[in-house]
Design a protein around this ligand. Structure first.
Ligand code: ZN
Length: 161
């Protein structure tokens, strides 16, 4: 059985295709566009859609590298299902080496967001409605905050699994 085409932000991704989409979500103070960049590996065979995201906190860099390594896996060439990755969700924070958005808001505390809210709220809303909505499963990578050591942990809601 062959997978169906996948449509994200008006772009159609065919089974077996690997694409990178830049979805405009905001602007910098310089008026340069800020895009949510999502890479899509859409397998030829149907299956679950896994989203892996990182840097919702802009200073948590480990997840960005984890995704870079994930994208190199040879197994992705014979994937059943779809992998969506967003290596940097909080682009503003990442560029400024900051956990937060420029207005001090914590993107991780701004979900599900709103189309007319703060920058954090709008970013959360776009991420949810343009990318997360396509996923059947998700892994959002975090690390310990600056000057804080966290033990490895997995958090999930068993009622939603
Ligand atoms: Zn975090």
């Amino acid at each position: 059985m062959k997978a169906n085409p996948l449509e994200i932000n008006g772009e159609v991704i065919l089974p077996g295709e690997r694409r990178t989409l830049n979805i405009p979500v905001a602007a910098l103070v310089t008026n340069s566009d800020v895009d949510l960049t999502v890479q899509i590996i859409h397998g030829k065979k149907p299956g679950p859609v896994l989203l892996v995201s990182a840097a919702i906190h802009g200073d948590e860099l480990n997840g960005v590298e984890i995704i870079r390594r994930l994208l190199k896996l040879r197994q992705l060439n014979s994937l059943s299902g779809t992998l969506l990755v967003v290596p940097i969700v909080n682009v503003h924070g990442f560029l400024a080496h900051s956990r937060y958005l420029p207005d001090g808001r914590d993107l991780n505390r701004s979900f599900p967001g709103s189309a007319k809210g703060s920058l954090a709220g709008r970013l959360a809303h776009s991420f949810m409605n343009k990318i997360v909505c396509h996923a059947t499963h998700g892994i959002d990578l975090h690390t310990g905050a600056r000057h804080r050591a966290n033990l490895p942990q997995i958090r999930f809601d068993p009622k939603k699994s």
